[in-house]
Design a protein. Structure first.
Length: 143
């Protein structure tokens, strides 16, 4: 279970890196500290890009059965920095099977909240694709 959660956090960190953010704290990290509670909610990652901060969370299938999920997302998406009062971006990672459900949930929020949430599919690219394997076999010139 922890190995799977660690892999999901690693994949979410990759999304932060693609957007130019540097990780300040993260769960299951070796060298970085674990992030503290934001309000009363656990977060997976806190990152920084120049003077902008971002929060990252992964949602599992179990989280979608929780009645407080929309409250959690709204609360985290409306955070501001303490002194400069800048908005803190919320990165949400979900599995491909839960992506549609998360998208529908976020679409019900106010427009200002929606703008502050980035939704990502967390897919493990290291697994070989069946489609790629078939194409390789069909392009064999010599056996």
């Amino acid at each position: 279970m922890e190995e799977n959660a660690r892999k999901k956090v690693d994949l979410l960190v990759n999304q932060f890196w693609k957007k130019g953010y540097l990780t300040v704290s993260r769960k299951y990290g070796t060298y970085l500290p674990e992030p503290g509670l934001v309000g009363r909610f656990n977060v997976d990652i806190i990152a920084k890009h120049k003077n902008d901060y971002a929060i990252g969370i992964n949602l599992s299938a179990k989280d979608f059965s929780d009645n407080n999920l929309s409250e959690k997302l709204i609360y985290l998406a409306t955070r501001h920095t303490k002194y400069t009062n800048k908005k803190v971006k919320l990165f949400v990672g979900v599995s491909a099977s839960n992506y549609r459900q998360a998208k529908m949930l976020i679409d019900n929020f106010e427009e200002e909240v929606q703008k502050n949430i980035s939704l990502f599919r967390i897919v493990d690219d290291s697994l070989p694709s069946i489609r790629r394997k078939r194409n390789r076999d069909s392009n064999v010139l010599f056996s």
